[in-house]
Design a protein around this ligand. Structure first.
Ligand code: ATP
Length: 936
C-alpha cells in the first residue's frame, strides 16, 4: 500500500491538538562500544573514561555529562532500551510521536545498537526490542481498544530518498537460499511540505502490520535492501541514513459512568489517536583518508558528511540558547536529512539521541566531535503534543476531571476498614519478603566467607596461582632451558656420578660373588679330596675286614669240623684237643664279633661319607648358581656401561646443539637489543618532532584564541594607523597559514604514528602469543628471531610496551590538538575567516602580501627543487662509483683465489718432484712469492 506518509507530529487525518505541550529536552545517551578486532590488533588504548556513578564521559581534559552512559564503566547496554526507548513506546499509546536517533562516526556501532544490521542486529538491537514491547503492550490492552499498525522504511542515499520496502522491486536471493543484496534501483520518494509546515513523504510504501513477525520481516527486507559497502574502518558500513517508521493508530472505546442521585449513567464514546515512532540509523561520519575510500565510496562519503554537517549545524542552531532566544534561522532546508528530522529536532516529538562512540584513541578526534555534538543536542527543546482527536480529547479531559473529583471525595471520606485490612496484608507480605531476602543474604555471605577461606587455603598450599604467576613460572622454566650449557653439564655430572655409583655397587656385588664362589670351590675341593681318600681307605679297610672275617670264619668252620670229628673219638687226647679247639673256637668267635663290630663301624662311616657327598653335590649346584649370577651381573654391567656411553654421546651432541643455539640466541639477542635501541631512538625523534609541532600548534591556537577578533579597532577605540593595520593583517595571515601548515604536519605525523603503533602492537601480540603457546609460535613460522630466549623475549615485550606507551601518549596529545584545530575550523564556518578584512584597501593589501609570499615561496621551491636535483645527480654519481668499486673488488678477490689455487698446485708438484728439497720453508716461501708475483 502506498500512501503519503507523514514524518511530522500530526497525523494527516486529524489536526494536532495542544493537549499537553510541555517542552522537553532531547535526551542524549552515549553508548561506548568495546574495542573491536582491528583496534585491538593495532594496539589501541581506550581514551574515554566513564564514571561508574554519574552519567559522565571524560576525554582528556573534557568532561561531558549526559542523560545516560552505556558501555565501558557505565550502565550495561542491555539497560538502554528500558531506560531510553521503552518510555517512548509507552508514549506512542498516549499519542506522542517519538524519535530514536543513532549518531556517531563510522564503525562506532550505530547499526549494531539500532538493530538495522542483517548480521548482528536482528535480536539485540533497539528496533527488535521496540517490536517486542509494542506487541506485548498491544496484547495486554487490545480488549480495550482497536489498533492499526503500519511501517515504512526509507533511506537517504546521496541526497535522494529511497523506499526500502517497495515490493515491486524484486528481492534477490542467493543460490543457497540466503537473502542477497538487492542491486536493482529502488523507488525514489518525494518530500512534500503541507501549507501548515507538515513534512510528508509521497510514494513511500506503508505496509500494514498484524504480527511481530511481519514487522520483523519488513525490517529484514529493508536492511537487506539498504546500501552498505566495505571501507577500511567498517566491513559493512552503512552508506545511507535509514529511517524505520512505525505508525500506531488507536481507537479507544470510552465509557464514562456518572452517578447522580443513586442512578448510574453510562456514556460510550470513542477516542482516536495516531503516533509515529521514527527509528533512525544515520550513516557514520568519515574521513576519506582513514576509510580508504575512493570512487563511489568517496562520493557517498562526501554526501554522508554533507548531510551530517547540515545536521550538526541544525543541532548547533537549536542547542545554542542565545541563538534560539534570538529566533535565529535553523537551517533545516540544507539537506534532506534535516528536513525529514525537522520535527524530531526542535519539533513535536519526544526524541532520544544515542551517540555511539568508539573508545579507541585512534578515533579520539571523531569521538570528541561526537561528544561535543551530543552535548549540544541536549539543549534542544522539543514540544511534544499528544495527537488526539479534539472532541475526544475534550471528553477525556472532562472524564479526568470527574475522576479527580471522585478521588477527592473519596479521600475526604473516612478510610474504610477493608482498606486498612488490605494495607495490613500488604505490609505483612512485604515484611515476609524482607525476611526471606535477609535469610538469602545471610546464606550468600556465609558462602562467600567459606569461599574466601578456601581461596586463602588454596593460595597457601600453592594450589591457586594467578594467570601472571603461571606466566612467570612459565618464563622461569623456559629460562632454565637457556642456561642449558651449565645446567646440562650439571645434569651430566649427576648422571655420571649415578652411573659410577651403580657400576661400583655392581662391581662390589660381583666381587662378593667371586669370593663366595672361591670359598665354595675350596670347600668343595676339600670335601672332594677328603671323601675320596676316606672312601678308598674305608673300602680297603672293609675289604681287609671282609677277608679277615672270611679267614676267621673258615678257620672256625675247620675247627668246628675238627671238634665234631673229635667228638666222635672218645679218647683223652681227643678230649684235650677238643678243649683246645673249643678254646680256639671261643677266641675265634670273639674275633668274629670284633670284626662284625668293626664292619658296623665301617658302615656308619660309609653313611657319613654319603652325607658328605650330598653336601658336595649341593655345593656344586651352589657354585653353578653363583657362576650364573656372576655372568648375569657381568652382562648387566656391560649393558649399563654401553647405555651410559650412548647417553653420554647423546648428551654431548645435545650440548653441542644447545651451545650452537645459545650462540644463535645470543646473536639474536644482540641484534634485538640493537633494534630496540634503534627503534627507541627513531620513535623518540619522531615523538619529539611531533611534540614540537603539536606544541607549536597549541601555541598558535591559543594565540588565536586570545587575539582580538576585530583587528580594525585598537584598545583606546581609535582606528589603527595604516602601518599598524597592515602589520596586524600580515601577522594574522601568517598565523592562519602556519596553523594550516602545522595541522597538516601534525595530521601527517599522527597518521604515521598510528602505523608505527599498529606495527608495534602486532609484534607485541605475536610475542605474547608465543609466550603463551610456544609450540605454534608465529615467529617460528616466519623464521624471524627464532632463537629468542624467554628473557630476551620479555625484554623485547617490555621495550615494545614502553614504545607503545610513548606512541599512545603522543597520539593522544596530537589527537587533542587536531580536534581543537578542527573545532576552530568549524567555528570559522559559522563566522567567516575573512571577517577580518574590513575594507577594500585591506583586501588589496592582503592580496598583494599573499601574491608576494606566494612568489617568494615559489622561488624557494624552485631553488629547493634545483638543490634536490643536484643532490640526486651527486647521489647517482656516488652510486655508480660504488658499483664500480664493488665490481673491481670482486675481480681482485677472484684473481687472488685463482693465484692461491695455482700456488698450492705448484707447491704440491714441486715437493713431489724436488724431494731433495724436502720441506724447506725458505724455498717454499720463495716459490710462493715468485708464483704470486711478489718480489722479496
Ligand atoms: N556494543 C558492541 N559490542 C560488540 N561489537 C560491536 C558493538 N557495537 C558495534 N560493534 C561491532 O563494530 C562493528 C561496526 O559496527 P556498526 O556497523 O554497527 O557501526 P556503524 O556505526 O553502523 O558504522 P557505519 O556508520 O559505517 O555504518 C561491527 O562489526 C559490530 O559488530
Amino acid at each position: 500500500m502506498e500512501s503519503h506518509s507523514s514524518l511530522s507530529s500530526s497525523s494527516s487525518s486529524s489536526p494536532p491538538s495542544s493537549l499537553s505541550s510541555e517542552s522537553c529536552c532531547v535526551k542524549v545517551a552515549v553508548n561506548v562500544r568495546p574495542l573491536i578486532g582491528d583496534e585491538v590488533t593495532q594496539g589501541c588504548r581506550e581514551c574515554v573514561s566513564v564514571s561508574p556513578v554519574t552519567p559522565q564521559v571524560q576525554m582528556g581534559t573534557h568532561p561531558f555529562t549526559f542523560d545516560h552512559v552505556y558501555g565501558s564503566n557505565g550502565s550495561p547496554s542491555s539497560l538502554m532500551f528500558e531506560e531510553c526507548v521503552a518510555p517512548l513506546v509507552d508514549g506512542l499509546f498516549h499519542g506522542y510521536n517519538a524519535t530514536v536517533l543513532a549518531y556517531g562516526q563510522t564503525g562506532s556501532g550505530k547499526t549494531y545498537t539500532m538493530g538495522t544490521g542483517i548480521k548482528d542486529g536482528t535480536k539485540n538491537g533497539l528496533i527488535p526490542q521496540v517490536m517486542s514491547a509494542l506487541f506485548n503492550k498491544i496484547d495486554s490492552v487490545k480488549h480495550q481498544m482497536g489498533f492499526q499498525l503500519h511501517v515504512s522504511f526509507i533511506e537517504i542515499l546521496k541526497e535522494e530518498v529511497l523506499d526500502l520496502l517497495d515490493s515491486s522491486v524484486p528481492f534477490n536471493r542467493l543460490a543457497n537460499g540466503t537473502p542477497g543484496k538487492v542491486v536493482l534501483s529502488k523507488s525514489p520518494v518525494q518530500i512534500r511540505e503541507s501549507p501548515n509546515g507538515v513534512i510528508t513523504l509521497s510514494g513511500a510504501t506503508e505496509v500494514p502490520i498484524a504480527t511481530k513477525e511481519e514487522m520483523a520481516s519488513c525490517l529484514e527486507q529493508g536492511s537487506l535492501t539498504r546500501a552498505t559497502g566495505s571501507t577500511n574502518m567498517n566491513n559493512e558500513s552503512s552508506r545511507s541514513h535509514a529511517i524505520f517508521t512505525i505508525t500506531l493508530e488507536q481507537m479507544r472505546k470510552i465509557s464514562s459512568i456518572s452517578v447522580v442521585k443513586d442512578t448510574v449513567d453510562e456514556d460510550m464514546g470513542e477516542e482516536y489517536c495516531c503516533a509515529k515512532l521514527h527509528l533512525v540509523d544515520l550513516a557514520g561520519s568519515e574521513r576519506a583518508k582513514r576509510t580508504g575510500s575512493g570512487g563511489v565510496r568517496l562520493k557517498e562519503g562526501i554526501h554522508i558528511n554533507r548531510g551530517l554537517l547540515a545536521l550538526g549545524n541544525v543541532i548547533s542552531a537549536l542547542g545554542d540558547e542565545k541563538r534560539r532566544k534570538e529566533g535565529a534561522h535553523v537551517p533545516y532546508r540544507d539537506s534532506k536529512l534535516t528536513r525529514l528530522l525537522q520535527d524530531s529536532l526542535g519539533g513535536n516529538s519526544k526524541t532520544v539521541m544515542i551517540a555511539c562512540i568508539s573508545p579507541a584513541d585512534i578515533n579520539a578526534e571523531e569521538t570528541l566531535n561526537t561528544l561535543k555534538y551530543a552535548n549540544r543536542a541536549r539543549n534542544i527543546q522539543n514540544k511534544p503534543v499528544a495527537n488526539k482527536d479534539l472532541i475526544c480529547s475534550e471528553m477525556q479531559k472532562m472524564r479526568q476531571e470527574l475522576q479527580y473529583l471522585q478521588a477527592t471525595l473519596c479521600a475526604r471520606g473516612a478510610t474504610s476498614s477493608e482498606e486498612v485490612q488490605v494495607m495490613r496484608e500488604k505490609i505483612m507480605k512485604l515484611e515476609s519478603a524482607n525476611e526471606e531476602l535477609s535469610r538469602e543474604l545471610h546464606i550468600y555471605r556465609s558462602k562467600r566467607v567459606t569461599l574466601d577461606y578456601c581461596n586463602i587455603d588454596a593460595q597457601e598450599d600453592g594450589v591457586i596461582f594467578s594467570k601472571d604467576d603461571g606466566l612467570k613460572r612459565g618464563f622461569e622454566s623456559m629460562d632454565s632451558d637457556y642456561e642449558m650449557s651449565e645446567a646440562t653439564s650439571d645434569i651430566g655430572a649427576a648422571e655420571e656420578w649415578e652411573h659410577a655409583l651403580r657400576q661400583n655397587s655392581m662391581g662390589k656385588e660381583l666381587n662378593e660373588l667371586s669370593k663366595r664362589l672361591e670359598e665354595k670351590e675350596s670347600e668343595m675341593r676339600v670335601c672332594g679330596i677328603g671323601t675320596e681318600t676316606i672312601r678308598q681307605h674305608f673300602e680297603k679297610k672293609m675289604m681287609e675286614l671282609e677277608k679277615e672275617k672270611r679267614t676267621v670264619q673258615d678257620e672256625r668252620d675247620m675247627l668246628l669240623a675238627e671238634v665234631e670229628e673229635l667228638a666222635a673219638s672218645s679218647d683223652r687226647q681227643a678230649q684235650v684237643a677238643r678243649d683246645n679247639h673249643a678254646h680256639k673256637l671261643k677266641a675265634l668267635e670273639t674275633q668274629i664279633l670284633n670284626l662284625k663290630k668293626k664292619q658296623e663301624n665301617q658302615v656308619e662311616v660309609l653313611k657319613q661319607k654319603q652325607k658328605s657327598e650330598d653336601a658336595a653335590k649341593r655345593l656344586k649346584t651352589e657354585i653353578q648358581c653363583i657362576k650364573a649370577q656372576k655372568v648375569q651381573l657381568q652382562q648387566k654391567m656391560k649393558q649399563e656401561a654401553e647405555q651410559f656411553r650412548q647417553w653420554k654421546a647423546s648428551q654431548e651432541k645435545e650440548l653441542l646443539q644447545l651451545k650452537k643455539e645459545g650462540r644463535k640466541t645470543e646473536h639474536e639477542r644482540l641484534k634485538l637489543e640493537a633494534l630496540n635501541r634503534r627503534q627507541k631512538m627513531v620513535l623518540q625523534r619522531k615523538t619529539e618532532e611531533a611534540a614540537m609541532a603539536t606544541k607549536r600548534l597549541k601555541e598558535l591556537l591559543e594565540a588565536r584564541k586570545s587575539s582580538p577578533h576585530d583587528i580594525s579597532v585598537i584598545a583606546n577605540g581609535q582606528p589603527p594607523s595604516r602601518q599598524t593595520n597592515e602589520k596586524s593583517l600580515r601577522k594574522w595571515l601568517d598565523n592562519e597559514l602556519e596553523v594550516m601548515a602545522k595541522v597538516h604536519q601534525v595530521r601527517f605525523q599522527y597518521e604515521k604514528q598510528i602505523q608505527v603503533r599498529a606495527a608495534l602492537a602486532v609484534e607485541l601480540t605475536s610475542l605474547r602469543q608465543e609466550m603463551e603457546f610456544p609450540s605454534n609460535s608465529h615467529q617460528e613460522k616466519n623464521g624471524q628471531f627464532r632463537f629468542l630466549s624467554p628473557n630476551t623475549r620479555l625484554e623485547r615485550i617490555a621495550s615494545l610496551e614502553s614504545m607503545l606507551d610513548v606512541s599512545s601518549n603522543a597520539l593522544t596529545a596530537m589527537g587533542s590538538q587536531l580536534s581543537e584545530a578542527e573545532e576552530r575550523e568549524h567555528s570559522l564556518h559559522a563566522k567567516p575567516r575573512w571577517n577580518h578584512i574590513q575594507s577594500m584597501t585591506d583586501a588589496k593589501y592582503l592580496l598583494q602580501y599573499v601574491f608576494d609570499s606566494t612568489a617568494e615561496a615559489r622561488s624557494k621551491i624552485w631553488e629547493k627543487d634545483r638543490d634536490i636535483k643536484e643532490k640526486k645527480e651527486q647521489l647517482n654519481d656516488l652510486l655508480c662509483l660504488l658499483q664500480l668499486t664493488e665490481v673491481q673488488n670482486r675481480e681482485i678477490l677472484k684473481e687472488k683465489k685463482t693465484r692461491e689455487q695455482t700456488v698450492s698446485i705448484a707447491l704440491a708438484s714441486t715437493s713431489s718432484s724436488y724431494s731433495v728439497f724436502k720441506f724447506n720453508p725458505y724455498f717454499h716461501t720463495k716459490i710462493q712469492n715468485s708464483l704470486l708475483g711478489i718480489s722479496p
